[in-house]
Design a protein. Structure first.
Length: 354
């Protein structure tokens, strides 16, 4: 839920339609625009505006500057029985990722596990929906992504590591496990969201350019995000970034570009792993996991509720679907502007986007 008192509540489908229109008017195919728009709104539904429609501005700018090809098709190549290399061809991240996941699922009956390494692919956005798609059909999923140098090393100064998120999906009766977390104390998008709203950061999220702790979002944007959990978060973030770099051959740390700016070619990488538990356990484990998660949920002290990762996001999504998405007034206004403007470069060949 948004803390912005000027927020408006908007039906999710209207948001999808407006975002898709903004993209088709700049040359995106109807299908690609829908996939990208759906993914942006998925973040809003779950209460993560930092990965939602506020990102549309950068996507549009990158299209207009020729950095995103909104109609490209990724190139998928199996380089080993369970190893898929994906050249995103500068396309939308969700478009490429969902095609990679479909290919991985198709390979699992043969191999039991399959791994995709993505390069030249734009920002994947919130990672939970990819994991939810796999878990919904009984599969375990893991995802790793590299990001721009945004996090300082533990004990060091300078934005030398990415926030390098990890996502995990595990199928279970009664509600799948869906982890989606950054190895920074907070995502870069949330820092930018706080700066745009003039909000104060919680202490411990970031440091300024000199390495001093700060609660000023503008200073944090010029400094670095802190690793979550101190040295342990630093170690995990470094390891995840190294894995992505090793499998995709993409840039590392401060040499990663292209998800936050509208000026640089995209140089980050992503890894998606899909696993069929039955291939290892020999039977469906969803009931056993569901019983275990139920035990966790019922373990609260004094009757309090304990959540399993994924529970809060599902509850927020259900609430947003019923009540409308809480959207900042400035993002709502900008969404209308983007959906009404037409890129002159594609105006002559653009179809009716409605």
């Amino acid at each position: 839920m948004s803390g912005d008192p000027s927020a408006v509540r908007v039906d999710a489908q209207e948001l999808r339609d407006l975002a898709a229109r903004a993209l088709t008017r700049r040359g995106a195919t109807t299908e690609h625009a829908r996939i990208q728009a759906d993914h942006l709104v998925a973040a809003e539904l779950r209460g993560h505006p930092s990965h939602g429609l506020r990102r549309l501005d950068v996507l549009v700018a990158r299209i207009e500057r020729g950095l995103i090809d909104p109609a490209s098709q990724p190139e998928l190549q199996w380089t080993a029985a369970a190893a898929l290399t994906v050249d995103g061809a500068r396309g939308f991240g969700p478009v490429v990722a969902y095609q990679a996941i479909a290919a991985l699922r198709g390979r699992l009956p043969e191999t039991g596990v399959a791994v995709a390494a993505l390069h030249r692919t734009h920002h994947l956005g919130i990672l939970a929906p990819y994991m939810e798609q796999l878990a919904a059909v009984g599969l375990v999923g893991l995802m790793l992504s590299s990001t721009e140098g945004l996090v300082h090393p533990w004990g060091g100064v300078g934005a030398l590591l990415g926030t390098n998120p990890i996502a995990i999906g595990v199928p279970a009766s009664g509600g799948d496990l869906a982890v989606d977390m950054s190895t920074g104390a907070v995502s870069a998008g949330k820092i930018l969201d706080y700066r745009a709203k003039g909000m104060t950061l919680p202490d411990g999220w970031a440091v300024d350019a000199a390495g001093h702790r700060t609660t000023d979002a503008a200073e944090a944007a010029e400094g670095a995000i802190s690793p979550f959990g101190g040295a342990k978060g630093y170690a995990l973030g470094l390891a995840f970034g190294a894995i992505v770099g090793a499998l995709t051959g993409t840039a590392l740390g401060p040499d990663v570009h292209g998800t936050l700016d509208a000026d640089s070619e995209v140089t980050k990488g992503d890894v998606i792993i899909a696993i069929d538990p039955v291939a290892f356990a020999g039977s469906d484990t969803r009931t056993a996991l569901g019983d275990y998660f139920a035990l966790i949920r019922g373990s609260g002290a004094d009757g309090s509720t304990v959540t399993v990762p994924g529970d809060r996001a599902r509850a927020a999504r259900d609430r947003s679907c019923a009540e409308g998405v809480a959207l900042s007034a400035d993002v709502w206004a900008r969404l209308h502007e983007l959906s009404e403007a037409v890129d002159p470069a594609v105006a002559d060949r653009n179809e009716d986007p409605s």
